[in-house]
Design a binder for this molecule. Structure first.
Ligand SMILES: Cc1cc2nc3c(=O)[nH]c(=O)nc-3n(C[C@H](O)[C@H](O)[C@H](O)COP(=O)(O)O)c2cc1C
Ligand code: SF4
Ligand code: SF4
Length: 258
């Protein structure tokens, strides 16, 4: 059975999950959701399909909504979802994916949450009790278990705790317009990493100034991959460690555009 994994990732956590699953399953390919959306509708011919993304504001990121609206499944036999986050069981992301699939008369067969070192500062607090290396290791072990289960087409769901039923409606409001909160401290060396890494090409050099445009998807790649850690998000990031998945590079994140 051929397998296609579709992923979105800002700081590499979800990409690392996709890469690990790919390595465990025969005839498996991975595709970036952003790149796939360049051609609409997105036609998927694989029989086993995985959708892998981070939790954003307790729900599905905006770009994943767009993907779910555009995607056309040709002959799916098994569809699964893996969601990374600080505490991803809190929210409605699984239910949202299920709703999109049921509109197309399709069934979600499995859904899993992977707690990860978080990329967004308010959420870092939720995972502060664990050392990053330990958490990455635990995540990898769970992903290996999931790979085994999905390779045997297991029907299974981690339990989701939807706190507010109407969370889905918050998505656009929550993730649009965040570019205005980014600032740069003194010490920027104009290396251009922030511009290179942004999967949405939303940062440019205007004269000598780094400028955020208005298509920010709040993935936080720019902030975490800045070579001098001088990008700030409101006051929330001041004095806090930057974090991206250790096995994922700036180029890996940037390649999602292709
Ligand atoms: C804008 C934003 C919002 C987030 N919201 C949540 C959330 O509601 N719940 C949660 O558990 N984690 C949340 N996180 C943490 C991410 O889901 C987590 O760091 C994820 O593993 C990042 O995956 P990525 O590296 O593939 O982008 C948020 C992160 C960002 C950047
Ligand atoms: S990555 Fe950081 S140091 Fe490099 S240009 Fe961007 S803001 Fe400046
Ligand atoms: S500007 Fe930064 S946070 Fe916004 S989409 Fe680009 S890399 Fe992600």
């Amino acid at each position: 059975m051929n397998t296609a994994l579709y992923y979105f990732s800002g700081t590499g956590n979800s990409l690392s999950v996709a890469q690990t699953i790919k390595d465990q399953i025969k005839e498996c390919e991975i595709f970036p959701i952003i790149g796939c959306l360049k051609q609409k509708p997105v036609e998927i011919t694989a029989q086993r399909i995985g959708i892998i993304f981070p939790m954003h504001y307790m729900t599905v990121p905006r770009i994943v909504h767009e993907f779910l609206m555009e995607v056309r499944f040709q002959k799916p036999k098994y569809i699964f979802v893996v969601i990374t986050g600080a505490n991803p069981k809190l929210g409605n992301a699984l239910s949202v994916v299920e709703q999109y699939l049921s509109k197309a008369n399709l069934k979600l067969n499995a859904g899993y949450f992977i707690p990860m070192v978080a990329a967004h500062f308010p959420y870092l607090k939720l995972s502060k009790n664990k050392q990053p290396q330990k958490q990455y290791q635990e995540a990898k072990e769970k992903v290996l278990e999931i790979s085994e289960k999905v390779s045997h087409l297991k029907n299974e769901f981690d339990k989701e705790f939807t706190v507010i039923g109407k969370l889905k409606q918050l998505v656009s409001k929550e993730t649009k317009g965040k570019e205005k909160f980014f600032t740069i401290d003194s010490g920027c060396i104009r290396c251009g990493y922030c511009m290179q890494v942004c999967p949405f090409q939303n940062i440019r050099l205007h004269g000598k100034q780094i400028q955020w445009l208005d298509n920010c998807h709040s993935c936080f790649a720019c902030l975490h991959f800045c070579s001098k850690s001088v990008i700030q998000y409101k006051k929330l990031s001041v004095g806090k460690a930057r974090q991206h998945h250790p096995s994922v590079t700036l180029n890996d994140i940037a390649l999602q555009r292709d």
